[in-house]
Design a protein around this ligand. Structure first.
Ligand SMILES: Nc1ncnc2c1ncn2[C@@H]1O[C@H](COP(=O)(O)OP(=O)(O)O)[C@@H](O)[C@H]1O
Ligand SMILES: O=P(O)(O)O[C@H]1O[C@H](CO)[C@@H](O[C@H]2O[C@H](CO)[C@@H](O)[C@H](O)[C@H]2O)[C@H](O)[C@H]1O
Length: 471
């Protein structure tokens, strides 16, 4: 029995997926009524050895929308036929007459098979498995697999506490920038990213498409987001004096140095191009376009529309000597993309903004765009924690303390960045503010779609940034 025989016996999978997909955290098209879900490709990666084993397949599922907007393709690694006792019942997607379909990422045997095929460069029909560089050797024992309990656009599992396998969910033709930039940084011998181990590639619309990326797991690393939250909690809980909130400033400065070093490595391997007047007009135009679509989706944004338009339009007229050059950047930099190991900060997830078109994610930008992303993230941490703590606690002026923590962390980050590049990002004030506003507009749309209870954070930030800009 092969995986294809097993999947051939199934019927009713399309309608089961139509009900299941919109509830998944990584489903990026939430809120859009579905017209049709159909399995477009079934790529076997693990044939069942006995009747009590599941087949492993990668299904590429096409989702069509009732609003007529372009269809989207999603990747689903599935176990089909049987569910072994190691697989939790909650990972069953559908019980169909031909067999049970479950999430292969919850199945240690199937995840192990993917990792071993990457290590062995073992290609199969429609799938390319690539060890990068060749030579890593997973242990022979059955691999342990655990799902990461984090907010994610894709789906990652930790394998044997050694590897992280990231399954790219929304597929587009082409090499995923996360893989592309990790390859560039490996070429630059960067110590600032986890070691890349391999990838899985399929084909979509006649072109290669990245399906998964395998990298070394950084054990005992803490997410920058959690560290920042802990620091703000100490401060707002009265456990640290406001002037001692500098504790996180040291971390923020070292993070600034790391981001600057990564920018240097990306510039050295991917090249730089000077930003010209036409580029500034293009940047101003795309900020305005993002604003237009956010205004459609979030009516509360209207109160800031006039000032936002003015801030974005002003980018087109910035003095060229202030804006520097464009290069490949991270593209969606925030504290969740920074891991603090005992030795250093590591930067992960170079995919860019999940909702952006691939062509936008492959473009060169001013590094100020990444800096702005991180500055926003300090603010996010402070205001998120302010909201958590304010309930039921009587501490002295928590909002002022949160603002102070934000300002200190942002300043330290910029100083760290300047220590490496010789140029403080705050020198490009208007561009940096425009990029922060643009990011906040993006975040407002992102939160409205995925976490509506968080939308107040970017909305408030837009008001604060605009008020600071006129001061
Ligand atoms: N190499 C790694 N070592 C340790 N943790 C990791 C590693 N890669 C990712 N993670 C964890 O997984 C989370 C999600 O990974 P990420 O690549 O950002 O996925 P997504 O593209 O879905 O946002 C990160 O925020 C981090 O907590
Ligand atoms: O990590 P992803 O590539 O999936 O990025 C998306 O999701 C992020 C949230 O998980 C989102 O980040 C926003 O929330 C963070 C706190 O959870 C905060 O630190 C960031 O500053 C804020 O932008 C990101 O924007 C989105 O693209």
């Amino acid at each position: 029995m092969t995986a294809l025989d097993t999947i051939g016996r199934l019927s009713g999978l399309d309608s089961a997926l139509e009900a299941w997909l919109p509830g998944q955290r990584w489903f990026a098209d939430k809120g859009r009524p579905l017209e049709r879900v159909s399995v477009r490709q079934v790529l076997p990666f693990s044939d069942p050895v006995g009747a009590d084993e599941p087949a492993g397949v990668i299904a590429v599922v096409r989702v069509e929308f009732a609003d007529g907007r372009p269809a989207a393709d999603y990747q689903l690694p599935l176990g089909v036929g049987m569910v072994t006792p190691a697989v939790p019942g909650s990972s069953v997607i559908a019980k169909l007459p031909g067999g049970v379909v479950h999430d292969a990422l919850a199945d240690p045997g199937l995840v192990g098979r993917l990792v071993r095929r990457i290590a062995a460069d073992e290609d199969g029909p429609g799938l390319r498995f690539e060890a990068e560089p060749p030579g890593f050797q997973p242990p022979w024992h059955a691999l342990k697999v655990r799902r990461l309990a984090v907010e994610q656009s894709n789906s990652s599992v930790v394998v044997d506490e050694r590897y992280v396998l990231k399954i790219i969910r929304k597929l587009v033709p082409g090499t995923n920038p996360d893989l592309e930039l990790q390859r560039m940084l490996r070429g630059a011998k960067s110590p600032h990213v986890p070691r890349l181990l391999g990838a899985v590639e399929g084909r979509l619309d006649g072109a290669p498409a990245t399906l998964a990326v395998l990298q070394e797991y950084a054990p005992a690393a803490s997410e920058g987001w959690q560290l920042a939250l802990d620091s703000v909690r100490e401060l707002l809980g009265g456990e640290a004096r406001p002037d001692r909130a500098a504790d996180f400033a040291a971390e923020a400065a070292s993070l600034g140095e790391t981001v600057a070093a990564v920018h240097g490595e990306l510039a050295a391997t991917g090249g730089t191009v000077p930003l010209r007047r036409a580029d500034l007009a293009r940047i101003a135009g795309s900020m305005t376009t993002r604003l237009d679509s956010a205004l459609d989706a979030v009516p509360e944004l209207a109160e800031h529309e006039r000032e936002l338009r003015a801030a974005f339009a002003a980018v087109a007229d910035l003095p060229l000597e202030m804006v520097g050059a464009a290069q490949r950047i991270h593209g969606d930099l925030h504290l969740g993309q920074a891991l603090r190991t005992t030795a250093r900060w590591l930067i992960i997830d170079f995919e860019g903004e999940p909702g952006a078109a691939l062509s936008e994610r492959l473009a060169r930008y001013s590094p100020a765009r990444d800096v702005a992303g991180m500055l926003r993230s300090f603010e996010y941490a402070a205001y998120h924690q302010l909201n958590q703590i304010a309930v039921g606690r009587a501490i002295d002026n928590p909002a002022a303390r949160a603002a102070q923590w934000t300002a200190r962390s942002q300043a330290a980050f910029c100083s760290g960045y300047a220590a490496v590049t010789g140029r403080d990002p705050r020198c490009d004030g208007a561009l940096l503010t425009a990029y922060q506003l643009d990011k906040a507009v993006y975040e407002l749309r992102y939160e409205t779609r995925h976490r509506p209870a968080w939308a107040w954070i970017p909305l408030g930030a837009i008001g604060r940034l605009l008020a600071e800009a006129v001061r």
